[in-house]
Design a protein around this ligand. Structure first.
Ligand code: HDE
Length: 725
């Protein structure tokens, strides 16, 4: 019986059995508190047959199925040496020794989730891609979000570009949009990527600093390679420190092609628009979070999905005629340029919802192997030299990570359609191919698998209009030469406070530089974008202000850049801390009553007290403002605040005041209900927008909810005198 079970299990693991597999115990999955049965069941449909249950009621077995005990090694007597014959020890230790695979050389730190994409309509007029061929058509997806520079264990809130990679398991094969949360990139030619990354990663001697660009080599590269300026500006502004993965947009960055069934093409750019609204942290807050909770972003994503609040994004494209590639004053093949929305509006295509967490981080999130070269019929590349180079790198990197060519057979990478080709063997081959005529052309297998093409078998086809010729050269096109107009367009399109944040971020980074040459070079590049920016950074560095270098100065603006000008469309899942006191008889009850009221908008509310007690969910010793999007003081807790508050051995000195003050300093809505409002005065929180005091609980809640939708009260941040309002 046991052997039979093992055989069935193995064939399930290898994906060979079409019979129901014993591993996919729905009751085991039912134990997960995810509250999202639909998403979970779709994920199970895709991956369930590869799952191993939690093992309830079974005995431990070796990797080859025999029942074993593995808590003691086999020794010659209790004090004797361990025996060579102990296959149980050897197998266990060998597997452990090989548990790690190389982390991604970039984007090592990340988190992912499963979901569904639903097409708004039939878009066969612009693309033959089947997943966009019908209104309501659903396609399973997996998305992995990431930072770029840090290693696998680095903090989520490091300032960085963020990866936004989406896999569609379409009915015509896998499509990956391997994008970022910033619509442009640092360089224009893939061959410079190793240099960019070497300059950003920790120094080879000290391996310092981790996940940071505030060092000489990064800014040496940025300032010597001005194509970096546009992406650098985005990263130094709000997109570098998003509130969560859920509060950021995504972009395909390169121009791709849509191809219709009849072979006609358009140039397109992919956009993911967050339905949660864009939101950003402020820098000091992001740094504090990095120390308090390195898992801030992955925890946010996981918990939102587990709590039944699946985040969603709208997929859109900007569509441009082929003959307009140079019509806008820059080159659509240049990945350092956006197409301003005024020149090509976003056309919505569908909605993606992430509704199921991985059951196993390694099997799913770590092993997913994205490639920009994973395209389906109806989508084609362009000649963008950055994209062209990526088409090699991602395939190559998967060989390094998975030790052989069969990584597409791993469950998370498997397409949801059958595979038929003549690729065979290799390390870890999981398929058992039954076609013994593993070559084409053949007659002995009646010519199968047959060749698919544009008309036969709905095959992938390269856009028929594409051609290539020209003298061989390593030079980039002169149409790629302007590196300064678009960073200036970006800067012009920010709110004054965002301009100030951007300048503060550049000041922070450049103040870490030791080399005066690098500082000077950075100022030279900033000055080509804006004399005002260069002067204000120079001032903080104690260097002379450069004279204007106005060739690329202009006053154009574009839409879709600012983050802080928005009101969030939903406040569900945002976090509120209610600071209460167990020493005051009614404080915790009132805090719980407030929590109930706030729960109507699906806010995640935590009641904080001096020690754990009925109604207290977190202690002051564990709580701090990094955990909350808003901080409020419950009636009766006011005695814990201000310099006059009695110290307590239960939490660090001044902690309640610090939570309230940090909340205020980081731009969050804060307040006090009833007598709790006295805490505001006691800690010196002035009565400014976003500070709420009321004894009517309903009015208080209404104000706070409005404040959460505004998210950050930026008038609390001082501006340079020369910052124009
Ligand atoms: Fe990547 N990039 N990249 N990149 N990239 C990788 O592939 C590379 C670029 C992006 O969550 C690696 O599987 C080159 C642009 C994301 O698994 C590697 C160049 C954009 C992810 C690689 C670029 C990206 C990666 C490392 C210059 C936005 C994480 C591990 C030509 C459009 C995907 C891996 C995930 C990962 C190479 C530039 C996005 C080494 C050579 C531009 C989101 O193959």
């Amino acid at each position: 019986m046991h052997t039979l079970q093992t055989l069935v299990s193995l064939s399930c693991l290898l994906g060979l059995s079409t019979a129901a597999c014993p591993y996919a115990h729905p009751e085991a999955l039912g134990k997960r508190q995810d509250g999202t049965p639909n998403g979970q069941s779709q994920r199970d449909g895709l991956l369930g047959k590869y799952e191993i249950s939690d093992g309830e009621g079974t005995h431990m077995t070796s990797d080859v199925g025999g029942p074993i005990e593995d808590q003691g090694s086999l020794k010659a007597g209790p004090r004797g040496s361990t025996l060579m014959e102990d296959f149980i020890y050897r197998q266990k230790m060998q597997h452990f020794d090989h548990e790690r695979i190389p982390e991604r050389v970039v984007h090592a730190r990340g988190a992912g989730a499963h979901g569904t994409f639903r097409s708004y309509g039939d878009f066969s007029n612009i693309t033959a891609a089947s997943f966009l061929g019908e209104a309501g058509k659903e396609t399973p997806v997996f998305v992995r979000f990431s930072t770029v520079a840090g290693s696998k264990g680095s903090a989520d809130t490091a300032r960085d570009v963020h990866g936004f990679a989406t896999r569609f398991y379409t009915d015509q094969g896998n499509l990956d949009i391997v994008g970022n949360n910033i619509p442009v990139f640092f360089i224009q030619d893939a061959i410079r990527f190793p240099d960019l990354i070497h300059s950003v990663k920790p120094s080879p001697d000290s391996e310092i600093p981790q996940a940071a660009t505030a060092h000489d080599s990064a800014w040496d590269f940025f300032s010597s390679q001005p194509s970096t300026m546009h992406t650098l500006f985005w990263a130094m502004a709000g997109s570098g420190i998003p509130r969560s993965y859920r509060h950021m947009d995504g972009f395909g960055v390169h121009t791709f092609r849509f191809v219709t069934d009849d072979g006609s093409t358009k140039l397109i750019k992919w956009h993911w628009r967050t339905k949660q609204g864009k939101a950003s942290l402020v820098w000091e807050e992001a740094q504090a979070i990095a120390g308090k909770n390195a898992d801030f972003h992955r925890q946010d994503l996981f918990e939102a999905i587990e709590s039944g609040n699946p985040p969603s994004w709208e997929l859109s494209v900007q569509v441009v005629d082929e003959d307009k590639a140079l019509a806008f004053g820059f080159d659509l093949l240049d990945p350092t340029k956006i197409i301003p929305e005024e020149l090509a509006p976003l056309q919505p295509l569908g909605l993606m919802t992430l509704n199921a967490n991985p059951a196993n981080y390694f099997a799913e999130t770590e092993q997913i192997s994205f490639q920009p070269g994973h395209v389906v019929r109806g989508i084609d590349f362009t000649e963008d030299p950055l994209l062209q180079g990526r088409l090699y790198s991602y395939l190559d990197t998967q060989l390094n990570r998975h030790n052989g060519p069969n990584f597409e057979q791993i469950p998370i990478n498997r397409p949801r359609v059958e595979i038929h080709n003549n690729n065979r063997d290799g390390f870890g081959q999981a398929y058992i191919h039954k076609n013994i005529y593993q070559y084409t052309p053949n007659t002995l297998n009646n010519g199968y698998p047959a060749q698919a093409n544009q008309t036969e078998g709905k095959g992938f086809f390269t856009a028929p209009g594409r051609g290539a010729n020209g003298p061989l050269t390593r030079a980039l096109s002169p149409t790629f030469d302007d590196h300064w107009s678009q960073p200036r367009l970006f800067y012009n399109s920010l709110l004054p406070v965002e301009q100030q944040f951007l300048i503060n971020a550049i000041r922070f980074e450049t103040s870490h530089l030791k080399s005066t040459t690098v500082k000077q070079n950075a100022l030279t590049q900033l000055n080509r974008i804006s004399n005002d920016v260069a002067k204000r950074v120079a001032d903080a560095l104690g260097l002379p202000a450069p004279a204007p270098d106005p060739t690329f100065y202009h006053s154009n603006v574009t839409a879709g850049i600012s983050i802080f000008n928005q009101t969030l469309p939903t406040i569900a899942t945002l976090r509120v801390g209610i600071l209460a006191s167990v020493a005051s008889p009614d404080s915790v009850n009132q805090a719980q009553d407030l929590k109930k009221r706030l729960g109507r908008e699906k806010l995640v509310v935590t009641v904080v007290g001096e020690r754990m007690a009925d109604g207290v969910e977190q202690t002051y010793s564990a709580a701090d403002a990094t955990g909350f999007d808003a901080v409020v003081v419950a009636p009766g807790a006011e005695k814990l605040f201000g310099p006059g508050a009695a110290p307590s051995p239960l939490f660090p000195a001044g902690r309640p005041s610090q939570i309230l003050l940090d909340g205020y300093r980081w731009g969050k809505p804060v307040g006090g209900l009833g007598s709790g409002a006295q805490a505001l005065n006691a800690t010196g929180v002035p009565s400014t927008p976003g500070v709420y005091a009321d004894s009517d609980a309903e009015k208080f809640v209404a104000g706070l909810e409005e404040g959460l939708a505004k998210f950050k009260f930026t008038d609390r941040f001082p501006l340079d005198p020369e910052q124009k309002e």
